[in-house]
Ligand binder design. Structure first.
Ligand code: ADP
Length: 203
């Protein structure tokens, strides 16, 4: 399953809570991962993408690095864990590419389709939890906790485009749009309901 949303929407917070929820149910075979991130090489790629430097990263360089990172995670973490009956909870996955690179950066979908061919298989997440939040509120939250990274310094216009793209994509059947401007407690309850329904069907 995947947690999606713009930066500051609460993905880190709720990926942790999802893992805790399943652990409370007695499930030991559960892991969380992060895309980009999640393996040593992916973490290094993530650093390249987020580090401030006086050279602009081209949007296609960004896309290729994101896929390089994703291939590492899918091959080395997600597929082996799924094959071993683990529940895998990922902070971002391919929907982020559609929202950030296609809608945000204006990259044509055909490039993404081509890059998907490099993945060992197309993984369809069982559930996608999309945390919906106004970009202004998201930035306020990040600033309260830490410094903004390079991606987070993009304009509200950029994040509005991404948010609108997420909202459009969230019409799909295994997508759950959650109002992320509610309290952590309320969101947690909503997510737990979704997970319980899914788990009852899955087991
Ligand atoms: P992301 O991983 O999507 O960037 P985080 O989980 O790191 O987002 O959340 C950003 C900040 O907002 C954190 O300090 C977190 O504690 C806080 N936060 C997350 N969800 C909520 C919420 N519903 N209400 C208030 N603060 C929140």
């Amino acid at each position: 399953m995947v947690v999606e949303g713009i930066d500051g929407s609460g993905k880190t917070t709720f990926v942790k809570k999802i893992v805790e929820f399943f652990k409370r149910l007695g499930i030991k075979k559960i892991i969380s991962t992060k895309d980009p991130g999640g393996t040593k090489v992916s973490k290094e790629i993530r650093k390249i993408l987020l580090e401030e430097r006086d050279e602009k990263i081209d949007k296609y360089t960004e896309l290729l690095l994101l896929y390089a990172s994703r291939i590492q995670i899918v091959k080395n973490v997600i597929i082996p864990k799924l094959q071993n009956d683990f529940i895998v909870v990922s902070d971002r996955y391919n929907i982020s590419t559609l929202a950030y690179q296609v809608s945000g950066r204006g990259i044509k979908k055909k490039f993404i389709k081509y890059l998907e061919l490099f993945l060992p298989k197309i993984l369809k997440p069982s559930i996608i939890i999309y945390l919906d939040i106004h970009p202004k509120e998201a930035v306020k939250r990040i600033i309260k906790a830490r410094k903004l990274d390079k991606i987070e310094k993009n304009s509200f216009l950029f994040f509005n485009k991404i948010r609108n793209s997420y909202i459009k994509l969230s019409k799909k059947e295994n997508f759950f749009l959650i109002d992320a401007q509610q309290s952590i407690k309320k969101i947690d309850k909503e997510i737990q309901k979704i997970l319980t329904n899914w788990y009852e069907k899955y087991t």
